[in-house]
Write a protein that binds this ligand. Sequence first.
Ligand SMILES: Cc1ncc(COP(=O)(O)O)c(C=O)c1O
Length: 445
Amino acid sequence: MTTATKDAPPYTGPSAAEVLKEREKHCFPLMTYFNEPILISHGKLQYIWDDKGNKYLDAFAGVVTVSVGHCHPVVVERAQKQMEKLWHSTTLFLYPELPRYAEKMLKKAKTVNPDFDAVFFTNSGTEATELMTTLAKLYTGCSDFIGLQHSFHGRTLMSMSLTGQGPWRHSTPYAPGVYHAPANYSYRRPEGISTEQWADICADQLQGVIDHSTAGKLAAFVGEPVSGNGGVITPELNYWPKVYEMVKAAGGLFVSDEVQCGMGRFGPDAFYGIAKYGVKPDIVDMAKGIGNGYPLGAVVTTREIADALKGRLHFNTYGNNPIACTVGEAVLDVIEDEKLDVNAEKIGGILRDKLKKLEAKYEQIGDVRGYGLMIGVELVKDKKSKEYNPELASAIMEGCKKRGVIIGKGGQRGNTLRIKPPLCITEADADTIAGAIEESIKEAV
Ligand SMILES: Cc1ncc(COP(=O)(O)O)c(C=O)c1O
């Protein structure tokens, strides 16, 4: 059970109920997690505290965003120093923080495509998606895009159009020329078909979308290497290479949305998730973990593709600002200095093994999947029917909260637990997470 600890400075502000009431009065409709939403008073590395001083292990990292840990001291110190020196400049002026961060970022990005040599920093993943679609249209002279079912790419018109999940769509018209192909969802494949065969079939379905919905040419295909919001759907190893060939044959750019998968979450050999599949993307979109919670996104590509923007005005008031660049650079340094990508692979493997043991033990755990510290646990009514079990997902989240562990959920039906903690968690934390999940299942079923 959660316990009040003395390592949190006392909270003296309004109560959770008051904050919720005032928020509902003044803000747009907003969703919250939990029957009683947590008033978060402060955070330190993998932990957060509520208004009553209760400490939680944050295994959802502020929706896969806090990569190196809440308020990491190195990031805080460098950001503070920069704030005292210069808060704001646009790229109409020169400041060294931008090219320094860009160079460091590109060094990492070259691990997935050695031709990457141009980056533009945005304020969010949505903006990165949006800019990528403009680039793809200008570069290819084509305006047809394919995204995947179960995907999430952001909240502007193009990024919402690419998003392939009903709950995230409104009954308003979306951008023309955006189509969706089925995801490679192995757990829900027909009986009697191997995972490898299913990956081939899913890729063929994407070819079908190219053949039937477009004139055979694409601006781009956009995919998350492993779906984030969509419930950690983890394609088979033969899926992405086959899709890549199809996209290239249609003259399109292959875009990897690394907003959730990137920044070492899958381990050192796949600093960007698509590296697990040996595919060389033309563009990579990033956000979330690259800023550790600071609003920061990025589009990385080749000079040739970036130059498609030349000749017309392109500008962003806050994108590339010196504080964002300082934070982004500090995050990369911390990952490298503390070998957090190595830790993500090691602890992620340990945690997945523990959860796999629970899968073997409990009828309601249908599938445990993912790489590194991006883990999904799909919950079902029973293993045979595979009937979606969103009620159990909510009950386990509540149960874990009661035991001092925050986890998330996702998937089209909300029945997949999402465990995506900061990369600095320890083996003891992995024990705590698996233990809290098991206790919560026992309590709920
Ligand atoms: C894979 C992916 N792409 C894009 C986005 C949009 O990023 P942002 O919320 O920073 O606009 C998200 C956000 O959850 C995401 O998960």
